[in-house]
Design a protein around this ligand. Structure first.
Ligand code: ZN
Length: 246
């Protein structure tokens, strides 16, 4: 989709014109082996007792014996970088929510039917800010069948990773009213906001705004929770299993 310069200068230009193209294909699969090597390069030593380059060498030595078909969700670096520049911490937190936190879905229809056409059915998503699938190097090594002990990569049976029961505050996201009950969202409301008509109805975001049951005010508020659900909807084939229907 080509974007005109003037469109980007509109107050909601980032949300309406740049977000959809960068959300599509943001989430992808990558081999767990490659993800661990990238983590070791990016965050040297955060959670390890040994030198990350030592672990890196151990993994490279075992390269041919490791199952590279074991995959995990990861992000497209270029799109992620662009979205970080455009939306800053709202995107960074939104991505963390959709990848690692507890997300529930409530609707009259099954999640699969909803995801097929999210505009047709009302729904409520809730995000509880408890980490249920944090990505530590130890957990990723376990997925490959290894445990790091005394500087040696020991082979272990691949165990399923425990899912903690969520406890904590939940935020409700209602895209049919473009609404979230968090502070980040509420604080964006000011007295000078005016109703806005969305001129096009091509992308999913435009269609949600166009069909909103509430009046959309300009500039359109966006919080990390709404962004998390948008990441989910634009990458539903990769992320549907992160959602628990209640
Ligand atoms: Zn929110």
């Amino acid at each position: 989709m080509s974007i005109r310069h003037e469109e980007l200068l509109e107050p909601n230009g980032k949300l309406i014109h740049l977000l959809p193209g960068n959300l599509e294909g943001l989430i992808k699969y990558e081999s767990v082996y490659d993800i661990i090597l990238e983590l070791l390069d990016e965050n040297p030593g955060v959670e390890l007792d040994i030198d990350p380059s030592f672990l890196r060498n151990l993994l490279i030595e075992k390269k041919d014996t490791i199952d590279h078909s074991i995959v995990e969700l990861t992000v497209d670096h270029d799109k992620s970088l662009m979205l970080s520049m455009l939306f800053g911490s709202t995107f960074i937190h939104g991505l963390d929510l959709v990848l690692n936190k507890y997300i529930t879905f409530k609707s009259k229809v099954q999640l699969q039917d909803y995801l097929h056409n999210p505009l047709q059915h009302t729904s409520e998503f809730t995000i509880i800010e408890q980490t249920v699938s944090d990505r530590t190097i130890a957990k990723l090594l376990l997925k490959l069948g290894f445990k790091l002990q005394h500087g040696i990569l020991m082979e272990v049976e691949q165990a399923p990773i425990d899912r903690a029961n969520p406890i904590g505050e939940g935020y409700s996201i209602d895209l049919h009213n473009w609404y979230c009950n968090c502070n980040e969202y509420q604080l964006q409301y000011t007295n000078d906001m005016k109703p806005i008509e969305i001129s096009q109805s091509i992308t999913l975001i435009e269609r949600f705004l166009n069909q909103s049951e509430s009046v959309i005010l300009d500039p359109i508020p966006l919080c990390q929770h709404i962004l998390a659900i948008l990441i989910l909807l634009y990458n539903k084939d990769k992320l549907y299993s992160r959602v628990v229907q209640i």
